[in-house]
Every structure is written in structure tokens, then in C-alpha cells.
Write a protein that binds this ligand. Structure first.
Ligand SMILES: Nc1ncnc2c1ncn2[C@@H]1O[C@H](COP(=O)(O)OP(=O)(O)OP(=O)(O)O)[C@@H](O)[C@H]1O
Length: 305
């Protein structure tokens, strides 16, 4: 899937950075997926997600607001990348561009996909359908993919079992707790076996204990499935527990100003929260982030490694 710059499509010639577009419910048409070719021996595989000079503005003229970029980003196949940054720096905008829900204003973002379902997105507010049963929710993406009904049902039930929800298959979401609803959303996203999982603060609405439990479950799941994941969070702890890499974004317009690789091997568990380096890394990231939030000088110039 390639999200091309607005400029390439704009026959009226309006400046790409200033063009306002509908943002919700109007996915831009994906261009045909790139079929990955095998990498030459010894060379790293090409990135699963690649963004170059990616930028996005909203509004026109004087009221135009530059939300994001320019930003370069590579996410390797199977990598779990966490994005942290001050509120309003463009994190969701980046994710929505990756999901194909929003066009870039400048630059491009490409997802290398072998299959018909390159990306699945999970939001903070679950994004599940209240009028469908739990099973129908999890089966939804498979139905859209036209997976035969029997197979879809079996795959959906197997994901429900994995998420500890087997006995709630016929329940409606309104009867579930927040944590259970988010598990349904995760099961639905993973059931379609996406090339890349895009998660926008998926645990933000949950209480601290549930959040920890779901973090540990997600860790376990993604280490098994090796699903490439781009994960937005305001929680540095969450980013350090889950991420192979943590990217820090600047204040709006968001750019990547620093990168850290938590020194915890894989497979890892939530026990890394107690590792001696954990608190130090969290404090270091917090310093970087605080420089962006309160605009203190001297903390913005770091370039990602
Ligand atoms: N559809 C839109 N129209 C106009 N402005 C928008 C639109 N979507 C986002 N913005 C603006 O773009 C900027 C970035 O928004 P975005 O939601 O991407 O930030 P964020 O980093 O995800 O924020 P938060 O951490 O608070 O969720 C904000 O100033 C926001 O008001």
C-alpha cells in the first residue's frame, strides 16, 4: 500500500501542504501492494513500513496548521516500534496515514504487503460494533476478506480462546468490561493476520492493573506472531516494556528527535519493569519529552541514531 502525496493527485494545483481533506470514513484508495522479493543473503530485509519526508497539514491559508513532519521512518518486518510525543504532535495523524485513512500532504508512506490485508488498526475506544456479537466482531475482517464462513468462524473462535473470551462468543459488547472489549478489538485485528498492526493508545482508557495485564498479553502475542507493530502511547513505561525501539517525537509539527532501544532481549516479559536499567531509561525519555512539552531549550536537537 502506498499513500501518495496529495500533490500527485491534485489537478487544480493547490499547494499540497494546505489542502484540507475529509479525514474520517474516507479511506484513500490503496494502490496495488508491493510483493516482497527475497532479500539477498546477508542484507537486511526491506522495511515493512517506510515513510520519507512525510508531512501533513490541516486547514487553508492563515488558519492552516502543520501537524506532522517532515518525518522519515523505517519499521523492520516483525519489529515493535513505540511512538511517544507531546499531545497534539501528530502521532495519530501519522498512524491514520499509515492506515490509509488520511492522505499525506507531502512525502510518502509505503507498507510492503504480500497479502490483501496490509494493515489493521486498534483505537483507544475499541472500535468494535455494539450491534454485533463478540464472535461476529472478531469474524468481521475475515468476512470482509471473504474467508469461507466455516474457516472464518474457526479462526475467530480460536482468537477468542487465545484472548480468554471463548465463553463470551455470543455476548454483545455492551455487556463486557473495558478490558474485555479491548481484547475483542485485538482479536479482531489479529484474526486477519495483518502485515502491520497500528495501535493508537489502545490501553489509555483502562485502569492501571488492566493496562498492565493487557500489555503483558500483547507482549506475549506479538512475540509469537512476530507482527510488525507501530504503537502510540503516552506511557513511557508501556513503550519500554513493549518496544524494540522507542521513538520520541517533537512538539507539533511532530518529527522524530530521538530513538532508544530498550536493552531487554526477546522473548521478554513484563518482569523487565523491575530491571535496573528500566527506571533510568524511563527518566531519560521523560527528560527528552519534558523538553518538548514545556519548550525548554537544549533538549530538541538530538537526531535519531
Ligand atoms: N481533521 C483535522 N482537522 C484539523 N486539524 C486536525 C485534524 N486532525 C488533527 N488535527 C490537528 O493536528 C494536530 C495533531 O493531531 P494528532 O491527533 O495527530 O495529535 P496526537 O499527537 O495524536 O495528539 P494526542 O496525543 O493528544 O492524541 C493537532 O493540533 C490537531 O488539532
Amino acid at each position: 500500500m502506498r499513500a501518495t502525496p496529495t500533490a500527485a493527485r491534485d489537478r487544480r494545483g493547490s499547494p499540497p501542504a494546505l489542502r484540507e481533506e475529509p479525514t474520517v470514513g474516507e479511506p484513500h484508495p490503496p494502490t496495488p501492494s508491493a510483493v516482497p522479493r527475497p532479500a539477498a543473503p546477508g542484507t537486511p530485509p526491506p522495511p515493512a513500513l517506510r515513510a520519507r519526508s512525510l508531512g501533513r497539514s490541516f486547514g487553508r491559508g492563515r488558519s492552516a496548521l502543520t501537524a506532522l513532519g517532515p518525518l522519515d521512518l523505517d519499521v523492520a518486518p516483525g519489529e515493535f516500534v513505540c511512538l511517544v510525543g507531546p499531545s497534539g504532535c501528530g502521532k495519530s495523524t501519522l498512524l491514520r496515514i499509515a492506515a490509509g485513512l488520511l492522505r499525506p500532504g507531502t512525502g510518502e508512506l509505503e507498507i510492503r504487503a504480500a497479502g490483501p490485508r496490509p494493515a489493521a488498526m486498534i483505537f483507544q475506544d475499541y472500535g468494535i460494533y455494539d450491534w454485533k456479537t463478540v464472535l461476529a466482531n472478531v469474524r468481521f475482517g475475515l468476512d470482509v476478506q471473504r474467508v469461507p464462513r466455516k474457516e472464518a468462524e474457526a479462526r475467530a473462535r480460536s482468537w477468542l480462546a487465545r484472548m480468554g473470551l471463548a465463553e463470551f462468543a455470543d455476548a454483545y459488547p455492551a455487556t463486557l468490561s473495558g478490558g474485555m472489549r479491548q481484547r475483542v478489538a485485538i482479536a479482531r485485528a489479529l484474526a486477519v493476520e495483518p502485515e502491520i498492526l497500528l495501535m493508537d493508545e489502545p490501553f489509555a482508557a483502562l485502569d492501571a492493573q488492566l493496562r498492565t495485564i493487557l500489555q503483558d498479553e500483547l507482549l506475549d502475542l506479538t512475540q509469537h506472531t512476530r507482527t510488525t507493530t507501530l504503537f502510540i502511547t503516552h506511557s513511557l513505561e508501556e513503550a519500554l516494556v513493549l518496544g524494540d525501539r522507542v521513538l520520541v517525537m517533537s512538539a507539533r509539527p511532530g518529527r522524530i528527535i530521538a530513538e532508544r532501544r530498550p536493552p531487554f532481549g526477546r522473548p521478554r516479559s513484563g518482569a523487565v519493569r523491575g530491571a535496573p536499567q528500566f527506571a533510568a531509561l524511563e527518566a531519560e525519555l521523560w527528560e527528552l519529552l519534558r523538553g518538548q512539552v514545556d519548550g525548554r531549550p537544549g533538549t530538541t536537537a538530538e537526531v535519531p541514531a
